[in-house]
Design a protein. Structure first.
Length: 91
């Protein structure tokens, strides 16, 4: 885990992209819906990220990368959408 200080013009989405994590994970770890400049957030370090392609599911992505379906679901929620950046678990 690391602590990040929110900068001017940051959003939860921009922070999630910066640290290869998800908006849902930041909201969950910090119990927030929005962020303000100067606020400190706990960020979970992850193994990487991947952008969901056409017709992909958590199950197909888990097989593609050889990672646990359950771990992918835990990190990213129940469903993924085309173009969404998801978090891949550490090896």
């Amino acid at each position: 885990m690391l602590v990040y200080r929110v900068e001017k013009d940051d959003s939860i989405l921009s922070i999630a992209n910066k640290f290869n994590t998800t908006v849902a994970k930041i909201k969950q770890l910090n119990n927030v819906e929005n962020v303000v400049e100067g606020e400190r957030l706990v960020i979970e370090e992850t193994g990487g990220s991947y952008v969901v392609g056409p017709f992909e599911t958590l199950e197909s992505i888990s097989k593609k990368f050889g990672v646990s379906y359950e771990e992918l679901k835990k990190l990213n929620g129940e469903a993924v959408f085309l173009g969404e950046r998801i978090v891949l678990p550490r090896e």
